[in-house]
Design a binder for this molecule. Structure first.
Ligand code: GLA
Length: 730
């Protein structure tokens, strides 16, 4: 890793292990992008630019000091709006005079060891200055007085560049930031496929791969959260890139609110990618002397296919985004009562489940929705975080004392950002939810969204939640968020700042998450938003795991977890064994397979363990022990996707290899056995010369044999058959 600046040619070069990123100050201060891709030794790639085109429909910039310097056809490092570049732009301010023409010119730069945090926002971090290098380039818009600081960091050992942008108002009048994307990359070709992860509630992160078309393609959310629908991650891969070969660029935004990722192929066959806060419904009034920080974008380059890109992302998230006590230690295996009881539970029922769970090796009981206020169904009480002693006599302390006697930890569910219309909180403070006077307050699961732009609202929630967390021995919190934002207005802001509400809301969420996680450092926080509706790098900074999906059907989970793995590691994916037939799909599935699929995540159970058969109890014991044994390989190892459930209608398979390559864990699931075919596959990521023993059969193979000749898994399968095979290096 290194960052250099060549004074003579005014060229910046950022090198990671296997990639290079080059830009240049040209023509009176225009910062122009020269290259991003596989490592190159030379820094002077100015020759790639085609400078002059006498084209009257691309007007040129006279201040460049040379005729026909048209921004519209030039690669830009951070494109601006309204001054000659007609492609999608990364930055625009509206001045006090009401104009939106913006032009940034180079001012100065600084290269230093380490990496700064982002004020009020999640971001990648390093523990030691020597682990990272940062380049900050200051750019100035002469008319508005905007000072824009472009930040680029690299972390040793990674092919990743972390980018963020700060905007300062150095003038003496306020201006409005209309858009401030976090990254902008110009490629001088167009031969890419766009990969993105789309979905809906209970079917998150399906993989879509399509060749770029000429024009603008956008992946975005306007829902106030990163959303089930489109994830804040995209990849550009060459047309011939496969899982294991070829170049792949991943772009992930550390942000949990409205985002936009735009890709434009222009008429000159150049491609521009921008990613950041969605400028729709956004406008930020920046007062003199103030600074605005845009979220961090992570850019990953892989020359070893989509798999290589994913593994880079996984490692960055595990090592440089996730924090806290549970970053590196195994998380407790839990039993969650939601699908076992829904709202219909009391202390007795919970203890019955806990008593059944303890001898099976399960370590924590999680009490889900319904323990507070008068909440017996969806219609009431969110916001009233006071224990319902009718269900739980003696409160949480009585319950946790009993659980502690059993040797069990305890966790519980909250929905901090939400208020039920039928709640004491809403009756006391009807103005504390987001709303716009004159319009209906849209209803989502009988609730509204609290106005987290207001400090007193966040303070109130912090105090209520903290009181509960202090009242008993609590080891875990599931932080849910079950609706999207509507009527996004706040009573606390003037009319010309209403378009700040979406972003201020997210800042309020991060503020609460930071305060709660730092006040209760021993508690494991799990994120959730109707399953995986807010599953992004921003959330992982506070919550090292997130409930991947409300769909717990093992076949559906094969797809959801496989799609999720394109960007995110197993360590952040909560996965539970639930009842059969499955409550979401009605599909029946062997207990073994439900366990096998859930093992590729942060593992737990979500069914009534007090009523399962003795045979199933034995299976739970086995699965729990195996998970403990395989934890390091699955949760801290490298993921290799082998058979894709989106394109193969018979079966799917994936593998984890420990960092030192001494163990591989292969999982396969047969989804449709009556479609004829053979069940052969090749492992990946092993040491070719090492000998591996397959645990169950005791048979030994060389690594190169497993990777090149592969395995024959047999033939007489039924729908839903599955296996986890463990290969230990001997
Ligand atoms: C959401 C979550 C579920 C459960 C319910 C409770 O849907 O995703 O796991 O917690 O809320 O209401």
């Amino acid at each position: 890793m290194q960052i250099t600046y060549n004074n003579e040619k005014s060229i910046f070069k950022i090198d990671t292990e296997n990639s290079s990123y080059i830009m240049m100050i040209r023509r009176n201060g225009y910062l122009q992008h020269l290259y991003y891709g596989a490592y190159v030794s030379d820094f002077d790639l100015e020759y790639l630019i085609t400078d002059m085109v006498n084209e009257s429909f691309s007007p040129w910039a006279p201040s460049a000091g040379v005729k026909y310097f048209a921004l519209d056809i030039q690669p830009q490092e951070y494109s601006c709006n309204g001054t000659g570049d007609y492609r999608v732009s990364a930055f625009s301010v509206e001045t006090s005079k009401g104009n939106s023409s913006t032009s940034l010119k180079y001012l100065s730069h600084e290269i230093f060891d380490g990496k700064k945090g982002l004020k009020g926002l999640p971001s990648t971090y390093v523990n030691d200055k020597t682990e990272a290098k940062t380049l900050e380039i200051s750019m100035k818009d002469e008319v508005s007085g905007a000072l824009v600081i472009l930040s680029y960091s690299v972390i040793s050992g990674f092919d990743a560049i972390m980018r963020s942008v700060r905007v300062k108002n150095n003038s003496d009048t306020p201006f409005f930031i209309e858009k401030v994307y976090s990254t902008c990359v110009d490629f001088n070709d167009k031969d890419y496929d766009l990969i993105h992860l789309y979905g809906t509630w209970a079917a998150e992160r399906s993989i879509e791969r399509k060749p770029l078309i000429k024009g603008i393609q956008e992946i975005a959310s306007k829902r106030g959260s990163s959303s089930h629908n489109h994830n804040p991650f995209i990849a550009l891969v060459s047309h011939d890139t496969t899982e294991d070969f070829g170049s792949a660029y991943g772009f992930a935004l550390c942000y949990s609110g409205n985002f936009s990722a735009k890709v434009e192929v222009d008429t000159f066959d150049q491609t521009r990618v921008i990613m950041g806060i969605n400028p729709e419904d956004f406008k930020w009034k920046l007062f003199p002397g103030e600074e605005f920080t845009a979220p961090e974008a992570i850019m990953v380059y892989s020359g070893t296919g989509i798999g290589g890109m994913s593994r880079q992302m996984h490692k960055i998230i595990r090592k440089h985004i996730c924090r806290g006590k549970y970053k590196n230690i195994r998380r407790p295996i839990l039993i969650n009562n939601w699908e076992a009881t829904y709202f219909n539970f009391d202390t007795e029922k919970l203890l019955k489940i806990a008593k059944a769970a303890v001898p099976l090796g399960i370590e924590m009981l999680v009490m889900d929705d319904g323990w507070f206020g008068v909440r017996n169904d969806e219609s009431a009480s969110i916001g009233d975080w006071v224990v319902n002693e009718k269900k739980l006599p003696g409160g949480l302390s009585a319950l946790t004392k009993e659980l502690n006697k059993l040797g069990m930890k305890f966790g519980l569910w909250f929905e901090p950002e939400i208020v039920s219309f039928n709640s004491d909180l809403y009756r006391a403070h009807p103005d504390w939810c987001l709303h716009v006077d004159g319009y209906d307050r849209s209803v989502g699961r009988e609730t509204a969204v609290l106005d987290f732009t207001r400090k007193e609202v966040v303070d109130h929630v912090f105090n209520m939640v903290s009181n509960v967390l202090r009242s008993a021995d609590i080891s875990y919190v599931k932080w849910d968020f079950n609706r999207n934002l509507t009527e996004v207005g706040s009573d606390a802001l003037p009319s010309d700042q209403q378009k700040e509400v979406f972003h201020r809301y997210v800042l309020g969420v991060y503020d609460l998450a930071e305060r709660l996680t730092s006040t209760f450092p021993d508690i494991l926080f799990e994120g959730c938003s109707g399953g995986g509706g807010r599953f992004d790098c921003g959330m992982f900074y506070y919550f090292p795991q997130i409930w991947t999906s409300d769909d717990t059907d093992a076949f559906e989970r094969c797809k959801i977890q496989y799609g999720t793995s394109i960007a995110y590691p197993a360590s952040v994916m909560s996965a539970h064994v639930s009842a059969s037939p499955n409550h979401q799909t009605g599909r029946s599935m062997p207990f073994k397979t439900r366990g096998n699929v859930a093992t590729s995540g942060s593992f737990g159970y979500e069914l009534d363990l007090s009523i399962i058969s003795d045979e199933e109890k034995e299976m739970v014991k086995y699965q729990v022990n195996r998970y403990k044994e395989l934890y390091n390989t699955i949760v801290c190892g490298d993921n290799y996707r082998i058979i894709d459930p989106f394109t193969n209608n018979r079966w799917c398979a994936w593998e984890y290899v420990s960092e030192d390559k001494s163990q591989a864990v292969l999982t396969y699931v047969v989804t449709k056995s009556n479609i004829k075919g053979r069940y052969l596959l090749k492992l990946k990521g092993l040491l070719p010369d090492a000998v591996y023993r397959e645990k169950e059969s005791g048979r030994t193979y060389r690594g190169d044999t497993l990777m090149n000749a592969g395995l024959n898994l047999g033939k007489d399968f039924q729908d839903g058959d599955s296996e986890i095979l463990v290969f230990d290096k001997i």
